[in-house]
Design a protein around this ligand. Sequence first.
Ligand SMILES: Cc1cc2nc3c(=O)[nH]c(=O)nc-3n(C[C@H](O)[C@H](O)[C@H](O)COP(=O)(O)OP(=O)(O)OC[C@H]3O[C@@H](n4cnc5c(N)ncnc54)[C@H](O)[C@@H]3O)c2cc1C
Length: 500
Amino acid sequence: MEKSIIIIGGGLAGLAAGCYGRMNGYHTSIFEMHNMAGGVCTGWKRKGYTIDGAMNTMMGTRPESGFYRFWEELGAAQQWQICNHDQYILMENEDGKIFTMYSDIDRLEQQMIEFAPEDEAVIRKCCKVVRDCRRVEMPIDKPTELYGVLDYIKMLKMLPTLRLIQKWGRVSTADHNRCFKNSFMRKVFGIRPEAEFLGMPVITLFSMLASLDQKDGGYVIGGALALVSYIQQRYLDLGGELHLRAKVEKVLVENDKAVGVRLADGTEHRGDVIISAADGHTTIFNMLDGKYIDDRIRGYYDNLPLRQPLVYIGLGVARRFDDVPSSTEGLHFPLEEPVIIAGEEHDTLGVQIFNFDPTLAPEGKTVVRVYFITDYDYWERLYKEPEQYKAEKERIADTVIALLDKRFPGLADQVEMRDVATPMTWVRYTGNWRGAYEGWMITPKTLMHQWSKTLPGLDNFYMAGQWVVLGSMPTAVMSGRHAVQFICKKDKKKFVTSTP
Ligand SMILES: Cc1cc2nc3c(=O)[nH]c(=O)nc-3n(C[C@H](O)[C@H](O)[C@H](O)COP(=O)(O)OP(=O)(O)OC[C@H]3O[C@@H](n4cnc5c(N)ncnc54)[C@H](O)[C@@H]3O)c2cc1C
């Protein structure tokens, strides 16, 4: 008889764990609390428009890259259509001049030197690091916890790569940008202009530019919803069970062994192994009542910085934007007066115009998205006052529409759909702790951090997803795959994969 795996959470990590579990002969049941799978990798339909909630740049879209193989095994790569933008970001200055950061590194280098000749030496150095990053292929095929001597010997070949990551992983983007004499160059050479991004290690920017240059950071047409639909179909085709509207309240434990789950409706379900691919904080402190924890794991939740949540404004606009080139991060322009959201001032507006994905809007119309990084506690407080919460969302939508109308005259009258999601929206639909939509923040401290995938003293239990790896779509599916590799190892089975 097949051994069974219960998977809590049907986000990308949970779906991947389910697919690899089935490929390896386990009976798998995913319990997902929402009425659809995908977790934060999602989108929502409003009045004929689809607001994408997660897809900007996704690693592994180049057939030669390591992550591509995972997308193939999960049945996505065979079906998707990829859009590789020629532009990474468009930054407008106070005079209305647009500086384009190109995806092609040679073109970007030349253009930056022309723009800021005083910074030529720094620009050339940065572009060299980006080119060196193109050779970086992290070992993702199996978890380092399962490495043997041969794997470590193979790792020796990676020493130059590791040195590169170590060197540039220690420097924040903000610190690095001080090397530029040109003040606008300091501004554009960020991942995005917001403070949160400037706190990330500069290697994050270098490696992203390297993947864009290699066309390995594409956008899946149809957005996050399309990606999830391919993987969900693969899971069902492999014979996996998916239970929606099935919120897990407790992990059942007997003699320090996880043996099943109890749902919010009171039903109990037994399994041989349990994987939680749901929010880490809820898993450890609620589903397991904080009983299986040590100082190291408590330290993650006490000390590590979280990805700051978002206020996310989606608009459906009855117009095209043929004059705005498509880009990974959209157009960013300075505001005459700062916008205040949750008590914080924002002096730039970043707008993504989805004119490159015709599936998201009716013909001749476009979805436009603006987001602001925001404070979680403010929104948690406001949510308790439904009228004020609703009014603040309306005020933000009105403000954004007015600001966009200034930049694109006539836009206000063309808005057919408006939607505002807040950190509480993410909490409600995905359970992510404090609205941290990508889990932990990438900083020089967390970049090389290794999270434990098991809990001390608890047998037959694994964790997957963005609370045990740095958050992204490919790392989420990688962690689901790794969880099944741990289980196969324990069961003395060879881990196998297949492609549809
Ligand atoms: C705005 C935004 C932009 C992003 N941009 C990118 C990008 O450009 N590129 C990229 O690679 N990544 C991006 N990401 C990140 C990426 O989407 C996530 O890191 C990844 O999808 C996380 O998957 P996960 O399965 O680990 O977690 P989740 O998606 O959080 O999945 C957890 C699942 O568990 C379920 N769950 C929680 N509690 C319970 C419970 N008690 N019972 C049952 N089910 C439960 C949730 O409903 C959810 O479905 C973005 C994310 C967002 C939100």
